[in-house]
Design a protein around this ligand. Structure first.
Ligand SMILES: [Zn+2]
Length: 241
């Protein structure tokens, strides 16, 4: 990494000469442990996830709090930056459920879908209000010191309704979310430029040549670029009110 080290981006890289080994500098980076599927784990353990039950939420906090403690202990023990990451598991989300289903069978709410739920999120297919979703996920943000995000899904772009956006952002801040986002779909006609949300042909000109933009694993993308696991997740998403 001649550029990173040469430009002293890493701590202590300023002490290295061009032919030195980079361990003394690269040890200052982070070693992150990510997790997915808290919701499925809670269904397996208590029969409900943290968007459904206060008991599940309490157990979820214990589990994620325990993982964070292990990271902190390892940080002290090895003098390296171990951190806990709330990850969407872009590839793993769809891949890991397949061997688990072979091993444990099809368990409702655990292995019966083609994806595992992102980090500590309430499952995308569970219907609940915006405030309830924020309250169920907010307690996990402080544990995940390598990164965390919570989403609420709107059924359409908020457009000029800035008061609604403002209300959601204030609720997120008050609940203790470190990073919150508001998702909404956008469909765009490639023939006439009409933009909105339409399931089939363009309401403006009847064209079926439509670009569909959705947010997945934190990135805006057109639907044709999603992997099978994330496409399965998208199909099951419900919006929050
Ligand atoms: Zn059109």
């Amino acid at each position: 990494m001649p550029f990173l080290m040469g430009q002293n981006v890493y701590l202590d890289s300023e002490k290295l000469s061009p032919t030195d080994r980079i361990e003394p500098a690269i040890k200052h980076g982070t070693l992150s442990i990510g997790f997915i599927g808290l919701a499925e784990a809670l269904v397996a353990l208590c029969g409900a996830h943290h968007g459904q039950s206060a008991q599940a939420l309490a157990l979820g906090k214990q589990i994620v709090g325990h993982m964070r403690e292990l990271c902190d202990q390892a940080t002290t023990q090895y003098c390296l930056n171990f951190t806990l990451l709330a990850t969407p598991g872009e590839g793993l989300s769809g891949k890991m459920v397949i061997p688990d289903r072979e091993l444990f069978g099809q368990i409702a709410g655990v292995t019966d879908r083609d994806f595992y739920t992102n980090s500590f999120h309430v499952p995308v297919y569970h219907s609940l209000g915006i405030a309830q979703k924020i309250d169920a996920e907010a307690p996990f943000h402080e544990f995940c010191n390598a990164g965390h995000i919570s989403y609420v899904e709107l059924d359409a772009p908020p457009g000029p309704n800035w008061q609604a956006t403002d209300k959601i952002v204030r609720k997120m801040a008050a609940a203790g979310l470190g990073y919150g986002a508001i998702n909404f779909p956008i469909d765009e006609c490639l023939d006439c430029g009409y933009s909105g949300v339409f399931p089939a042909e363009c309401p403006g000109c009847g064209s079926t040549s439509v670009r569909r933009i959705r947010r997945i694993t934190g990135y805006l993308s057109t639907v044709d670029r999603f992997n099978p696991g994330k496409l399965a997740e998208l199909r099951e998403r419900v919006t929050h009110r």
